[in-house]
Design a protein around this ligand. Structure first.
Ligand code: NAD
Ligand code: ZN
Length: 375
């Protein structure tokens, strides 16, 4: 669906701060089915010496598959398999960094993350923390990272989050779920091989793909919209429609969803997400609900905020016979519900993007409670 909104000629008028963001983009990207086998050539000039390993952080789902055998492991490189069952935590990043520092005399030549948003975010965070002191939780926020990260490469194996292009790594810390947003977070290199997404289970394909779709809807219907974001968001939305409602071959579908994810991520880089993401953060913080499914659980009830987007979401869900779990908030204590609402309302820029500068007058704790209880 094309948004009816026109981007403002002056972004400042639309609530954007007067200073414009000067954000980094991924400087190098290789794309194409089978391009994974070029990884060795890409890493070779980045190797400092035989003592400085490349650390591969790989989704555990690949442990007994053919992918590890295709990794260009040399010298004392290390492959670490990590489960994506839970979203990444600051303490997990800290222990990976301690392990790498203890195990090797030299800092690594590079860190390569292979998997979905979970592994991509872990690779970003580990590469930052190898060069910065203290715990990862000290860097959750905006522009708190002092020194550049170690060279890091992102290789998505499931499409939708846009984590491959973003300047953040979302981590669950002791007191908050928040990204390390910095100019050093963005990958130095991304490798987009649509064939790596073969084998993603259908439900997960839908949830993570819908993350991309929801990025587009929230960006295109937000008050921060501008021509930069719109140009990427509309393209990503068109591709999502082709993938989830069209008649593509499996190969085309993998290719288009991978590029939709990229464009969706670029769209929110210069705007923001909205209500579904703000509420999904609350779900994730209190119940550990994962990002993709959490967004779907919330978004299905947001017809008041995104009428056309929600209608189309239900059509996609029907077409792919996806059943979402029900009543997941019904057993929450009052205290848990309160925390969930507070975490959600704490995502101020998301609410401002969704509802405008006077968002506080437009959303109440009661409305959020009603919405959560529908889930
Ligand atoms: P994920 O990494 O959590 O993986 C989801 C599931 O898919 C896992 O079970 C995983 O093992 C499996 N999987 C992945 N690739 C597979 C493959 N090729 N074959 C079979 N199974 C496969 O999924 P996600 O939705 O990509 O990532 C969610 C995470 O991304 C959350 O932690 C969220 O906070 C984060 N995120 C980050 C950003 C960002 O900009 N940094 C943006 C959105 C979301
Ligand atoms: Zn998202």
């Amino acid at each position: 669906m094309k948004t009816k909104k026109k981007p403002a000629t002056s972004m400042a008028k639309k609530g954007f701060p007067a200073r414009f963001k000067n954000f980094p983009m991924v400087p190098r990207v290789v794309y194409g089915a089978g391009c994974f086998d070029q990884l060795g050539d890409i890493l070779l000039p980045k190797r400092k010496n035989s003592e400085a390993p490349v650390i591969y952080l790989v989704d555990e789902v690949f442990e007994h598959k053919s992918l590890p055998g295709r990794l260009p492991v040399l010298f004392n490189d290390k492959v670490i398999f990590i489960s994506a069952d839970e979203e990444p935590k600051t303490e997990q990043v800290d222990s990976l960094v301690s392990y790498i520092k203890e195990e090797f005399e030299e800092l690594p030549s590079g860190v390569v993350g292979i998997g979905g948003g979970t592994l991509l975010d872990l690779a970003k965070a580990v590469s930052i923390m190898l060069n910065n002191n203290g715990s990862a939780h000290n860097y959750q926020g905006w522009d708190l990272v002092g020194k550049p990260a170690i060279y890091h490469v992102g290789i998505p194996t499931i499409s939708g989050t846009g984590a491959e292009v973003s300047r953040t790594t979302v981590l669950l810390g002791p007191s908050k779920k928040l990204g390390i947003n910095s100019d050093y977070t963005t990958f130095d290199q991304v490798l987009l091989d649509p064939d790596l997404t073969i084998g993603v289970p259908k439900d997960q394909w839908f949830y993570t793909g819908m993350d991309c779709y929801i990025h587009c809807i929230e960006s295109l219907n937000g008050s921060y919209l501008n021509a930069f974001s719109q140009s990427y968001g509309e393209k990503a939305l068109d591709m999502c429609k082709e993938v989830f409602l069209g008649d593509l071959s499996p190969e085309e579908s993998r290719e288009k969803l991978m590029m939709a994810s990229w464009h969706g991520g670029m769209s929110i880089a210069y705007s923001q997400v909205g209500v579904a993401h703000a509420m999904s953060y609350g779900l994730s913080y209190v119940l550990g609900t994962k990002h993709g499914i959490g967004n779907c659980l919330v978004f299905q009830h947001l017809q008041e905020y995104y009428p056309e987007g929600v209608k189309l979401f239900h059509e996609m869900k029907r077409q792919h016979k996806i059943e979402l779990p029900k009543n997941i908030c019904s057993a929450l204590t009052d205290e848990e519900m309160d925390t969930m609402i507070s975490v959600s309302l704490g995502m101020e820029p998301l609410w401002e993007n969704a509802l405008g500068r006077s968002w506080r007058e437009k959303i109440s704790r009661e409305t959020l409670k009603e919405l959560y209880l529908k889930i």
